[in-house]
Design a protein around this ligand. Structure first.
Ligand SMILES: NC(=O)c1ccc[n+]([C@@H]2O[C@H](COP(=O)([O-])OP(=O)(O)OC[C@H]3O[C@@H](n4cnc5c(N)ncnc54)[C@H](O)[C@@H]3O)[C@@H](O)[C@H]2O)c1
Length: 262
């Protein structure tokens, strides 16, 4: 397929390298690399421009919107596959603003230092858009093993999923830092403490990442979390937040409040 990549940073370069083994690929960047006309003559274009944090903590969508506007004005007839990370709601807004552009969203999950390797070896491919367009976008990745899930969803689900994935990484890292702090305060090595955690089957699968849990409960999780929290001198510890927000009772309380407000 004749493919173009718009935005040749970490993600765009990895995409260019990864896809050029299987497709005819051209690149364009606003910094002067490549030729816009090549993007216009492609059958499919990946938008990999930066979406940096704005002052109010939202993601700045201006680069993505500028590119889509330009594609619309130049009557691009190929399929647009947005790879940049988006503020939730952006795809729906762009579909209204640029009705003639065929838009899909395929968030990228690679890590910067392993960009090329991970682009070529994804854990899953998430895609949202029209039924036919999703299949066309996925067909660029026919070379990815069939065992790798292709997750088809709504735009908002894909936008939230991309942000949720990084928020989960932030949660895990924060948790580990907190346990490391507590272990160090006890004068013990945090490594075996965390080793007891990561070797568990419930940590290594999706059981506690599947919606519908309604908060944590059971005989041991609430009391042991409270016990660890009780020896933690930091009043703002994440463990205190877990107790306040994560237990079944806390979740039920919040749900009751929500229902009574509705
Ligand atoms: N870097 C990562 O590890 C990573 C991982 C997953 C997702 N992402 C997301 O992917 C997107 C791209 O990230 P990146 O790290 O490659 O960004 P980057 O800053 O490395 O590169 C972005 C490129 O886009 C170009 N650009 C900006 N506006 C343009 C325009 N209007 N037309 C053409 N080119 C334009 C810039 O000149 C730059 O070269 C972001 O939304 C980012 O959040 C990044």
């Amino acid at each position: 397929m004749k493919i173009s990549i718009i935005g040749l940073g970490s993600v765009g370069k990895a995409a260019e390298l990864g896809l050029s083994e299987f497709h005819e690929v051209s690149g364009y960047d606003i910094d002067g690399r490549g030729v816009w006309q090549d993007a216009l003559s492609s059958e499919l274009t990946f938008v990999c421009v930066n979406t940096d944090a704005a002052e109010d903590s939202t993601l700045d969508m201006s680069n993505v919107i500028d590119v889509c506007r330009k594609l619309s004005e130049d009557e691009y007839s190929g399929l647009v596959v947005v790879k940049s990370t988006l503020q939730p709601g952006t795809m729906d807004k762009m579909e209204s603003e640029f009705p003639r552009v065929r838009l899909t969203y395929m968030p990228e999950f690679l890590r910067e230092k392993d960009a090329v390797e991970w682009f070529g070896d994804p854990d899953r491919i998430v895609i949202s858009g029209g039924l036919e367009d999703m299949e066309i976008a996925l067909s660029c990745f026919d070379w990815v093993s069939e065992s790798i899930p292709r997750l088809r969803m709504e735009h908002l689900e894909a936008e939230l999923g991309k942000l949720a994935h990084n928020a989960y990484i932030a949660t895990k890292v924060t948790f580990t830092c907190e346990i490391e702090r507590i272990a160090t305060e006890f004068g013990v090595d945090p490594y075996p403490v965390m080793e007891s955690v990561w070797t568990d089957r419930r940590v290594r699968n999706s059981a506690h990442l599947t919606p519908g849990l309604g908060g944590f409960g059971g005989k041991c999780v609430p009391k042991d979390t409270a016990a660890l929290s009780s020896v933690d001198k930091d009043p703002d510890s994440i463990l205190k937040i877990l107790e306040e927000r994560g237990s079944k009772k806390a979740v039920e309380r919040r749900n009751m409040n929500r229902i009574s407000e509705e």
